[in-house]
Design a protein around this ligand. Structure first.
Ligand code: MG
Length: 236
């Protein structure tokens, strides 16, 4: 394992897709218990499959609604963990597959990344239906079997989700990340090399807010736009 590229899935790995689906489904059917985020009802990777019957299409309609992807809450600890990785020198990329039934969601994922992680992270998104063609040391992804046309270069670290309780056999012997707080110890256990000194560029992407503050501080102290590396505004 030489590369320091860490690929991170989005839905149900850093963005709480299931939580938002269940919330919206319950608003339509107050008091319903047929679909929860827990392992008593969540059994498949695809949440629509868990309800089946007449509600199957309704679930797909919920996550296909414009604005759904942008509204997803972050999974606890994910945002902090990604920023820590980047600041410590890992080259973190979000690696996500577009939903074929909701192609506009791909654009919303870019907006989500900017909102949750900072604008610089918009450049860190790889959208691919085949993650095996993407290079990296590690792929963190809740999907148990990530397959495609290539022999993947990355080691798959399975991000733990409640539906995994029904797939114990497939998970036996696999590398599992149970909580974002554990990322350092799990990386160490699978032999991900610790990066050398983090580059300034990576640190800047990790904490964009701090950079913005320092720029505005400099402006307050009277620095010109040229000194700040920004073009002068032209009056028309
Ligand atoms: Mg996922």
């Amino acid at each position: 394992m030489q590369s320091n590229i860490i690929l991170i899935d989005m839905d149900n790995t850093i963005a709480d897709f299931d939580g938002e689906v269940v919330k919206r489904f319950t608003l339509r059917h107050p008091g319903q218990r047929a679909l929860t985020t827990g392992q008593e009802t969540r059994t498949n990777w695809g949440i629509a499959k868990d309800v089946g019957g007449k509600h199957h299409d309704e679930i797909a309609e919920i996550y296909g609604t414009p604005g759904f992807t942008e509204a997803l809450p972050a999974i606890p600890g994910a945002i902090a963990a990604l920023k820590e990785m980047l600041a410590e020198g890992y080259d973190v990329r979000l690696c996500t597959s577009p939903l074929m039934r909701a192609p506009h969601g791909a654009g919303e994922k870019i907006v989500w990344a900017a909102k949750m992680l900072g604008q610089e992270w918009m450049r860190r998104i790889v959208i691919s239906s085949d993650k095996t063609i993407v290079r990296g040391a590690v792929l963190v992804d809740d999907k148990i079997d990530v397959t495609g046309t290539q022999q993947p270069e990355w080691e798959h670290l399975v991000f733990s989700r409640p539906y995994h309780a029904h797939h114990a056999d497939s998970l036996s012997g696999r590398h599992i990340l149970r909580s974002w707080a554990d990322w350092r110890s799990v990386f160490a256990s699978i032999g991900v090399p610790i990066p050398a000194v983090p580059s300034a560029a990576l640190q800047r992407d990790a904490f964009p807010a701090a950079v913005e503050v320092s720029v505005s501080d400099a402006r307050r102290r009277g620095a010109s736009e040229e000194q700040l590396g920004r073009p002068k505004r032209v009056r028309r």
